[in-house]
Design a protein around this ligand. Structure first.
Ligand SMILES: [Zn+2]
Length: 421
């Protein structure tokens, strides 16, 4: 029998997605030590209870949201540039123009602003894509490494380094990438559509991934023309290198433009190769389909459908308040709601839509200690709802968060001041 003294902290009445009724979660040394109803309450009267107790009142507890794709280093640039950009290439050009002047302090300050909003919106794990090239050098990387260190009390930040401006066409970029991989880069990205030789770009990215034994997370394509793509080459490289389950592609907007039979073939290809897809609704919707003057295609790949057909998928933030996406609050619950609405998700899809910002991105990042399970770190965020089925739909407030059993934030319930009282 478990005893209360076996715990430092007990969450009472936590509704978990896996349980029909609220349960208690006992925490010892920052890890989850027990999950059961009325934990320790069978003890004989008089036995001291040393555990701190937090009553969640039957509200939903999640292990935190997981953001696999965000750009902290180029966030919050709206005040610095004209932001009526409308295309991918204009956005890339605008940021390339600004980034040669980025300092470590500047990237840190802008990144911290976004990271702290993500924390209070319940994100506990995040992969940030960091630009590495001769314009920015390693300044962005140094800033993001400092962000990782300084916010480790609230969030696990992982660094994916990538050459946004291309690789084979950008002398010096590869040497910098190698330095970053030697010095803390935890995954490698790529941008084949920015390279004059996309296949050589992919070949080199996969070479480096193998050399440093890191996962690959690419910006794959960013247009709605399905007559050509780099997806075949990504799957071929993945299979050739036995990288099944270690490769993700972001945006993949071309998938949204495929007729059903081609989409079926591409889905099977991705599932067989073990290549995951990350959909970035805010950016994809903002940048795609702009050439249309009416009835514009939205360029949103249907992640919940792909997930149903065996492709590992996530929905993520990507850019916040910059020329790629002049919107954003780093809330993944809001992003999943936004995705579900635009993607025509039905009520029966809502659970999968919540998975797209929790369980599935955790699998994409191969986070083996994620989830409210005995033995895992006591990472919990509490949503102000008593029904997990509609969390995506009703956007409850994120009431509080805990990382390894330590409280990281709290949001006060809004109060109504009725007249006549
Ligand atoms: Zn991106």
């Amino acid at each position: 029998m478990t005893t209360e003294t076996a715990f430092d902290l007990i969450f009472r009445n936590a509704l978990l997605r896996s349980s029909a009724a609220p349960v208690d979660v006992g925490v010892k040394g920052g890890r989850i030590a027990a999950i059961e109803p009325r934990l320790g309450q069978r003890l004989a009267p008089g036995l001291a209870c040393e555990a701190v107790e937090v009553d969640l009142g039957g509200r939903l507890a999640l292990p935190g949201f997981v953001d696999t794709h965000i750009h902290l280093d180029k966030a919050c640039l709206l005040g610095r540039c004209r932001h009526d950009h409308g295309s991918v290439s204009e956005a890339i050009r605008a940021v390339a123009g600004m980034k040669k002047d980025f300092t470590v302090e500047d990237v840190y300050a802008r990144g911290a602003r976004v990271l702290e909003r993500a924390i209070v919106h319940g994100t506990t794990r995040m992969r940030t894509h960091v630009e590495i090239d001769p314009r920015i050098g390693l300044r962005g990387f140094e800033a993001v490494k400092a962000l990782k260190r300084d916010h480790a009390w609230a969030i696990d930040l992982s660094l994916c380094v990538f050459p946004q401006e291309g690789l084979t066409n950008d002398p010096g970029a590869e040497e910098l990438l190698i330095q970053a991989l030697r010095d803390g880069g935890e995954a490698i990205g790529g941008c084949p559509y920015m390279d004059t030789d996309p296949n050589a770009h992919l070949e080199r990215i996969f070479d480096l991934a193998q050399e440093f034994d890191v996962d690959v997370d690419l910006h794959l394509d960013f247009d709605l023309d399905p007559s050509w793509w780099h997806l075949d080459e990504v799957c071929r490289q993945t299979e050739r290198r036995n990288y099944h389950g270690r490769v993700a592609i972001g945006h993949a907007t071309k998938l949204s433009a495929l007729p059903p039979e081609r989409l079926r073939a591409a889905t099977a290809q991705l599932a067989n190769a073990g290549v995951a897809v990350t959909v970035l609704p805010a950016t994809d919707l903002y940048l795609m389909g702009r050439e249309a003057t009416y009835n514009a295609p939205r360029g949103l790949t249907l992640a919940h459908k792909l997930a149903g057909d065996g492709v590992l998928c996530s929905v993520a933030t990507n850019n916040v308040l910059n020329p790629f996406t002049p919107f954003g609050d780093a809330s993944l619950l809001r992003m999943a709601n936004f995705y579900a609405n635009v993607a025509h998700a039905s009520v029966s899809d809502f659970d999968t839509c919540l998975d797209l910002v929790t369980e599935l991105p955790a699998r994409l990042m191969r986070l083996e200690d994620y989830g409210i399970k005995v033995g895992n770190p006591a990472d919990l965020v509490v949503l102000d709802t008593q029904d997990s089925r509609f969390a995506i739909a009703e956007l409850p407030d994120i009431a509080m968060g805990f990382k390894a059993g330590r409280q990281t934030f709290e949001r006060q319930r809004p109060a109504l001041f009725r007249p006549g009282r």
